[in-house]
Design a protein around this ligand. Structure first.
Ligand SMILES: [Zn+2]
Ligand SMILES: [Zn+2]
Length: 349
């Protein structure tokens, strides 16, 4: 069988190689890979330096953390059966474990010794066949079909929203308006989950290239091109998905009193903007603003993401997948075109 692997940080090292078929352990599923989603994390691992780590004893990492596959073999009594549509979770707890990892909260690992499929010291899902521990597999509504590949990015926003929900409970006022900055896959999925919460959602981006404006309005949300300042909106909740640092200051100034702002994106671009942090500090204090970061997802977030996808309009979800490429085309497509939303690798092509 074939797998896509890379020497992290060496863009010329991406190869599709024949590798031995994996043998499932007693608590593992054997899965036939169907699709693999590509995202900015993969681009950072390929082009590095400084992100992505091969398993100990190897210089190559099988890439891919946005998985979708069909179960070929499941242990008796595991609750899974051949034919099930599944995706695998990304992060595994550290071996020590730290207090959060010991309590199943490895997305909050506090000593940094966690591992991640396709990112940090564990081979990923970019293979025609892969194994996954049953505790780290999520069964998807079979009707989702190819849209199930959106589970991992959805889990990231499911965590962001679950945290925001907890924090908006600080006061008795219920949030009504939400702003999502960035209309990439993460921003669009964050908007979907905001609309599912009954919030009045606006999505902001710097341009309206590709299908994103239509995707936003088809959700029943508003699409806006331009700056936060000229939006004329005081959002109660913000999910920031661009990783553009200076936006944090603009969002702190524009948000409603008691707003909750989740920073869910990071940028690998070097920044050079000057921001008056005293002014940002004053805005945050005087408005009771809660600003927090969110990364990765817990098993519960994966289950909530699977539920959210099952409730979403199937046609809308399928329009997020703008291109499918064969495994050999991974390297050429690891940075998507400006008009793409989500590019996926067809592991069966
Ligand atoms: Zn990703
Ligand atoms: Zn830990």
């Amino acid at each position: 069988m074939k797998a896509i692997s890379v020497v992290p940080g060496d863009p010329d090292s991406v190869e599709v190689r024949d590798v031995a078929e994996p043998r499932p352990g007693a608590d593992e599923l054997l899965v036939r890979g169907r699709l693999l989603g590509i995202c900015g994390t993969d681009a950072d691992i390929v082009s590095g330096p400084g992100y992505g780590w091969a398993p100990p004893g190897s210089d190559r990492l099988v890439i891919g953390h946005e998985s979708l596959g069909t179960v070929l073999h499941a242990p008796d009594g595991s609750g899974f059966a051949p034919g099930d549509l599944v995706a695998g979770a990304v992060r595994r707890p550290d071996p020590e474990p730290c207090v959060p990892c010991a309590h199943g909260e490895w997305d909050f690992c506090s000593n940094g010794r966690y591992t991640e499929r396709g990112i940090k010291e564990l081979d990923g899902y970019g293979a025609q066949c892969w194994t996954v521990e049953t505790d780290f597999a999520v069964r998807l509504d079979p009707a989702l079909g190819d849209c199930g590949v959106l589970l991992e990015p959805t889990s990231v926003v499911a965590k962001a929203w679950a945290q925001a929900d907890r924090f908006t409970g600080r006061t008795s006022a219920r949030p009504r308006t939400a702003l999502v900055t960035g209309a990439g896959p993460i921003g669009l999925l964050a908007a979907l989950l905001g609309v599912q919460r009954g919030l009045d959602v606006t999505v902001l981006d710097v341009n309206d290239r590709g299908p994103k404006a239509e995707l936003v309005t088809d959700l029943g949300a508003r699409f806006h091109v331009g700056s936060v300042a000229d939006l004329g909106l005081c959002p109660d909740v913000v999910i920031e998905c661009t990783g553009h640092g200076p936006l944090v200051a603009e969002l702190a100034a524009a948000s409603a009193p008691n707003a909750v702002i989740c920073l869910a994106g990071i940028s690998s671009r070097p920044g050079s903007a000057t921001v008056d942090l005293d002014e940002v500090n004053k805005e945050i204090v005087l408005r009771n603003t809660l600003l927090f970061g969110s990364v990765s997802a817990s098993p519960g977030d994966f289950r909530r993401a699977a539920d959210a996808l099952a409730r979403a309009d199937r046609d809308w979800l399928s329009r997020l997948i703008t291109r499918r490429v064969p495994m050999e085309e991974f390297a050429r497509n690891v940075r998507k075109d400006p008009d793409d939303v989500k590019v996926v690798v067809d592991l069966e092509a």
